[in-house]
Structure formats: structure tokens, C-alpha cells
Design a protein around this ligand. Sequence first.
Ligand SMILES: [Zn+2]
Length: 345
Amino acid sequence: MNGNKSMKTTYCPLCGKEHQPRKVERDAATTIKDVAVTYRETVFVCEHSDEETNEYETASLTNRNLLAARDAYRERMHLLTSSEIAALRKKYGLTQAELAKVLGWGEVTVTRYETKAIQDEAHDGLLRIIRDNPMELNRFLDRNKKALGEIRFGELKNRIAQVMEEQGNAALRRQAVQSAYLPFHEPSYANGNTSFDERKFTASVNYLASHVEYLYKTRLMKMLWYADSLAYRDHGKAITGAVYRHMPMGALPVAYNELLALDGIEVKEEEQEDGSTRYLISPGNERTWEILNKDERAALDEVISKFKYFSAQNIVEHMHRERAYLETSPGEIISFEYAHHLNWD
Ligand SMILES: [Zn+2]
């Protein structure tokens, strides 16, 4: 017996010794089906090697890099990535073999899509249909009941019903936001020349939450107002299209509770000892950021670097010194024209 297992050394094929390999991640390029793609690849580097090349891949790294390249190709071709396929399958609580059976495919088809093979367009289309529409999955399930057996059939029916209810609730929340923003549809001083854009709002929230630790609701709302104001001041257009009102703690978007309940925004409720609730914003999915352009990110970055270490109270006090706050009345919509008088640097 020995207690050295925690060292996690492996045999290095370059120097022939057992040691801890150093992992390096970098951009790489390749061609798949005549399409040039770039992706992130991971290799091991040996510092003891005198060979010309001091890099190597294990079989599992090779698989991971191939998957990354193929996923880059899928994104390029607007096909579902392997992780998107896995996510839609898990949403319904299906195993890889079960999803294949439900769709009447060969039993290993889904496993291959999640690990190496690229799906054709027909299969991609089918996967999208059942992802977005639980009733379609239900139809396939009925058709292939025998292949799944009575018990799993019943369990999956229940799960489909649950997914439908969740999607229905999400649709209701989205409608609540849409109806609150209906009066502000036209670009104006109220929305910073931007019709409310749910995807940009979600992206901005996730971006801020990824760069600021312990981001709670109050701080988030002020940071959003500052980011929208900076984007408006510098480029004539706010990022999210949110409309902000003068509230006791500063600017607060119309329908703020419904906004935080939107799909794609992750909020943790924390019960406090005094019985109140705090809302902690989680970073969410990084891929939502892709929709933000360079100017929008720059505005968010500027807000992050200024307020990153501000407490909620500090940022509220900062907001209270804004003309946007001092010259508007409680409940009034704050015109984005105040962005030109921002209390900044
Ligand atoms: Zn080595």
C-alpha cells in the first residue's frame, strides 16, 4: 500500500517518466467536410523533453479535441452541437439509447452524435422539433411505446407533461414582459433609442454576473442602468432597451421582477435571518454574450471596472448624486438624455 495516489502523475510518452502533465489550451484550425473551422484545443506539454516537439495528446484529449472541432463545424453550419443534443435529451430525462429508440433510430445513434459523429440535416431537424415541442416528442413516444416498456413509458409521459408546464410558465413570464414594454415599443428617450431586446437584456445580466462576484439584485439594476446610459451617451443607443423609473434606491427597470424571471437568467433566492429575501444573480450561460457587440461590451466593461468593488449601498449613493435622480420625481421614467450628464470618473 502507498499513499501517493493523490499526486496524479501519469506516464509521459516524451520523457518516459511519471509526472504531472501541464495542460495548455489554445486556438487551432482545421477543415471538416471542406469547411475551415477554428476551435479551442487542449494538449499536454512536457517540460523535461529535449525532443523538437514537447507536446502530446492522450486518447481522451484527442477525442475531446475532435469533438471541439466538430462542434465548431456544427455551429458554423447551424447544426445542434453535441452538448445541445445532450441538453435536450436530459431535459426529458432520456438516456442516449432511449432517445434513439423513441425516434426509431439505431440504438447507438444518439451516443455517436454526443461523442463524435455529425448528424445529418434531417436528424438535426427532428431533434430541434422535439426540443421545442414536447407534444411532438409525445407523439414519437406513443409510436414507440413497445421499445421502451410500460414503466419507462409512464415515467417519460409524466416528464413530458412537466416540461410542457415549465414551458407554459416561461411563455407567461415572457408575455408579462412584452406587455409591460408594449407602450415603449418605439425608440425614444425612454428606452435609449432601443426597443426592448430580451436577448440583449439576458446577455447583459449574464455578462455582469460573470464578472462581478456576489452580484445581488440592487447592484445589478444600477449597473444595467449605467451600462445602458454609457452606451447611449457614447453611441446614441442603449444596450437592452429597458425603461427605467426613478425609485427610492435609484433607477429600476419597468417589470424588473418579470425580467429577472426570464428564461436564461439564473437567480438564487436567499432567505435572510430577518425574513427578507436576497436575490443572487448566477453567471448563466456564457454563450448568451455572443449577441453583444464590441461597443456594448465596452460599456459593460467600463461599468464593471468602476463598480466591481462597490457595495449595494455605495452604488445607490452614487446613483443618488446623478442628475437623472435629482431632477426626476419618484415613479417618473428617467430620460436617457440624462446620460449626457452622467456623474462619471
Ligand atoms: Zn515528460
